[in-house]
Design a binder for this molecule. Structure first.
Ligand code: PLP
Length: 385
């Protein structure tokens, strides 16, 4: 028999997709389902983006573009850094990607070699460690604590460096699955730590724009060598358009361009045209964020009554990460039971933290407010019944 690569077999599934499949099976069987498993907006792309795409479909050839993206979107994104963060970024440093997911592949290939060690917080977005492993780079999980908002700390990094140098550190603020953010001082400290130890800082800023207590800091403000990764998937509500971007430091632009030409040729043309228009849709997009804020309020009030009373500070994104150790020590089985008994689909923590995830679950509140209210009630009825 021809072989199947060991490297590929070692990559675990993304459990949230399995929960989604089970939830969809319930739906097909006409049973109630409250979707709180998937981390994607329930809204479509903003109106301006849809109009631009319609027009382009009729009137443009939609061939390949430059590997780094069309000039308009690179300029528009560069402008955004000045408007939002007061940062001067040359459009030549903007790399448009096929979602931030392709951004990770490009960034990791550009910055790291096989065998390099890259640190990241657990709990964290599972694809970071799985993409690193698929590329032969060693993910070094930092067991982050609630007292540090589940974010990396210098002490955790010092400990990780006892086993060898760290070529990189990945941070996400707000984070998935916790929604927690790094305060300005904490981000500054991590940025300085990376500079001191020749560690490449990779900052996933995909949830910027979806924050509730304070604005998020762009890591570029504190570390000029950082790679910034972002996307049209969350704030811009364009998951399926597969459009993201990176701000690359000067030394990585050319290598990233060559990688991108070879791996992807170019990001999707129609999506890039729609993305340019989406950059001007703040009013509509901020209404989506206001809805997430309402959902968050509702759940923070209702979930403790259903037994979920230990929730990480939900600073941003659209997630609540709850400690359920008083209810289970098997979060996967617990989520399956909840889906079967109440129709509420949530994600087991093992997706995000292989060691401690059995004590946690993640609720996504990106969907309609009515769904959130009904889901909270269903949980409560079940717990009380
Ligand atoms: C933290 C984080 N980064 C990146 C992604 C990937 O997003 P995309 O490839 O759609 O840009 C996700 C998706 O849920 C995420 O939660």
């Amino acid at each position: 028999m021809p072989k199947v690569s060991q490297r590929a077999q070692d990559i675990p599934p993304f459990f949230v997709m399995e929960v989604m499949r089970a939830a969809n099976e319930r739906e097909v069987a006409q049973q109630a389902v409250y979707h709180m498993e998937v981390g994607q907006p329930g809204t479509s792309a903003p109106e301006g983006a849809l109009r631009a795409a319609e027009e382009a479909l009729r009137n443009e050839r939609l061939g390949y573009t430059d590997a780094l993206g069309i000039p308009d979107i690179r300029q528009g994104i560069a402008n955004r850094y000045r408007e939002i963060y007061g940062l001067a970024v040359a459009p030549e440093r903007i790399v448009v990607t096929t979602g931030s997911s392709a951004g990770f592949v490009l960034a990791f290939l550009a910055a790291f070699d096989p065998g390099d060690r890259v640190a990241l917080a657990a709990p964290g977005y599972p694809c970071y460690r799985n993409i690193l492993s698929a590329l032969g780079i060693e993910p070094v999980l930092l067991p982050a604590e609630l007292s540090d908002r589940f974010q990396p700390t210098e002490a955790l990094l010092d400990k990780a460096r006892e086993s060898g140098p760290l070529a990189g550190l990945i941070v996400a603020s707000p984070s998935n699955p916790t929604g927690t953010m790094l305060g300005t001082q904490a981000m500054k400290d991590l940025a300085a730590y990376c500079a001191k130890h020749d560690t490449r800082l990779i900052s996933d800023e995909i949830y910027h724009g979806i924050t509730y207590e304070s604005d998020a800091d762009c890591a570029l403000a504190f570390n000029p060598d950082a790679v910034i990764i972002n996307s049209f998937s969350k704030y811009f509500s364009m998951t399926g358009w597969r459009l993201g971007w990176m701000v690359m430091p000067d030394d990585l632009v050319r290598v990233t361009e060559s990688l991108s030409q070879n791996l992807y040729i170019s990001p999707p043309t129609l999506s890039q045209i729609a993305g340019v228009a989406a950059l001007d849709c703040a009013e509509e997009l901020d209404r989506n964020v206001a809805q997430y804020a309402r959902n968050r309020e509702l759940l923070l009030e209702a979930l403790p009554n259903a037994g979920f009373d230990s929730i990480a500070p939900a600073d941003g994104a659209f997630y609540l990460y709850a400690d359920v150790s008083h209810m289970t020590n098997d979060s996967d089985a617990f989520c399956r039971t909840i889906l079967a008994k109440t129709g509420v689909a949530i994600t087991p923590g093992i997706d995000f933290d292989p060691d401690r995830g059995n004590r946690f679950v993640r609720f996504s509140f990106a969907g309609p407010t009515e769904t959130m209210a009904a889901a909270a009630q269903a949980q409560r009825d079940w717990r009380e019944g």
